[in-house]
Design a protein around this ligand. Structure first.
Ligand code: EPZ
Length: 421
């Protein structure tokens, strides 16, 4: 896996149709939520084939949840959960494994896990997760890189106010609260579509969750949850990736299976850059780009429904060859400009000062030897290589494979000259 690389000959326009995969950042908390279902099989459709989803399934198996994949459907049975420890090797593989904490406490009243790993996007603290769970009665001690968590008298409801609308913390609190005694209020909750998808699943299992999608979520604890069948929402960041790809390479695409409402600021922003984009039918988006894009003056990343931090690198690539200068302000993560030095090797003109990056559009990028630095940064390098003149080689594909199903196969079907060796 590690030795694989993408060979890309840039310059082709894109043309055709792509069905967008299920959302990684919804599949992961949903898989964690199935730990709370004490009997019966949960069926999750539209679960993307990604290494992060594989790791989540391995974590489930490790604690005693039976889980198997049938195509894009994952089936789990958590009736025999029997282990409260997630091994360090699995925890280190991805940051989002912290989202198992709330569900395991909710099910087993105890769990032992190590500090999460995953992309290096600056320090990935979990203070908001831990302080909220402590308010719900969890006793959490940190010893040699391990978290020892227990709720001797079970978890109880609490009024929690998040200092930052953390996606993961909101999910962990919801998962801990659905079977806790009493009512939990989450103030300044994250409003991402993945939160709504999780609430929809939990409600279908018999949980009492209200307000998902707003900044106040109320959960009333129930005795038990019953198994259900659920279809994961589409991945809005993967959709943004393929929209940005047309922005970089020109051409026209139809994306199907996309809830355009979840794309929020991305569609109006790209329209302001000169892209023709409109949504049609129940779940399709059309985009056509013929001429060089116009650089938007500013792009600020914000919690949903603001411009998503996960799309920052992707839109930066589109602005790298646009007409004019764009100022990026990355307000969510500290270290999310790691792709800039790689883009600079291709001739991009980008200056980074702390959380600000100033991109001065150039007419052309040139192919180069590139190393993916993190999941979305890696995808941004692929887009840049598709648009560049000449040949590029992209390595460290493990980052990209965490979030994109067969990225080269999908792009080849719409005309890109890209192959994995
Ligand atoms: C989720 O990460 C996503 N991951 C990220 O996507 C996404 O970038 C992020 O939300 C923001 O939208 C998953 O859903 C698996 P946060 P998460 O908690 O939950 C700080 C991708 O590319 N913070 O909202 O970790 C934190 O340091 C990934 O798929 C604390 O300070 O994001 C960061 O600066 C990358 N203390 C900010 O909040 C805490 O306890 C946002 O974090 C928790 C977070």
């Amino acid at each position: 896996m590690e030795k694989q690389k993408l060979i890309i000959n840039g310059g082709n326009q894109l043309q055709g149709e792509i069905t967008v995969q299920g959302a990684k950042n919804s599949s992961l908390p949903l898989l964690s939520a199935t730990v709370l279902v004490c009997e019966g099989e949960c069926v999750l459709h539209n679960c993307p084939r990604l290494t992060d989803v594989d790791y989540a399934m391995r974590i489930l198996s490790c604690i005693g949840v039976k889980c198997r994949r049938e195509g894009s459907t994952v089936i789990t049975d958590a009736s025999a959960v029997n282990n409260n420890e997630i091994p360090q090797s699995l925890m280190r593989e991805m940051r989002s494994s912290i989202v198992f904490l709330g569900a395991m406490l909710g099910r087993l009243n105890s769990c032992k896990l190590s500090f999460p790993g995953g992309c290096e996007l600056g320090p990935r603290p979990i203070d908001l997760h831990l302080s909220a769970l402590r308010e719900m009665g969890a006793v959490i001690t940190e010893q040699h890189g391990y978290l020892l968590c227990s709720a001797p008298r079970g978890l109880h409801g609490a009024d929690i106010s998040l200092s930052f609308p953390s996606v993961g913390a909101t999910e962990n609190i919801m998962l801990a609260a659905v079977r806790a005694k009493g009512i939990t209020q989450i103030h300044n909750a994250a409003r991402e579509p993945e939160i709504c998808d999780l609430a929809k699943f939990l409600t279908a299992c018999g949980a009492k969750v209200h307000g998902a999608g707003t900044d106040i979520i109320i959960v009333e604890g129930v005795e038990r949850l019953s198994a259900t069948e659920h279809t994961v929402i589409s991945d809005r960041i993967v959709a943004a990736t393929y929209l940005a790809a047309v922005g970089c390479c020109k051409g026209e695409l139809i994306l199907s299976g996309v809830q355009s409402a979840y794309l929020g600021q991305i569609i109006p922003l790209m329209q302001s850059m000169g892209c023709r984009i409109y949504s049609f039918g129940r779940d399709s988006v059309y985009i056509r780009v013929k001429d060089r894009l116009k650089a938007p003056p500013t792009i600020r990343t914000m919690p949903y429904p603001g411009f998503p931090t996960d799309a920052q690198a992707l839109l930066m690539t589109a602005t790298a060859t646009a007409q004019g200068t764009t100022v990026f302000v990355e307000n969510i993560f500290e270290n999310r400009y790691r792709h800039v030095s790689e883009l600079a090797r291709m001739g991009a003109k980008i200056k980074v000062e702390g959380k600000v990056a100033v991109v001065e559009g150039v007419p052309t990028l040139y192919g180069s030897e590139l190393q993916a630095t993190d999941l979305r940064g890696g995808a941004a390098l692929v887009l840049a290589a598709l648009a560049a003149e000449g040949r590029s080689v992209v390595t460290r594909l493990c980052y990209i494979d965490r979030g994109y199903e067969n990225i080269e196969a999908v792009l080849r079907t719409v005309g890109a000259d890209i192959r994995r060796v």
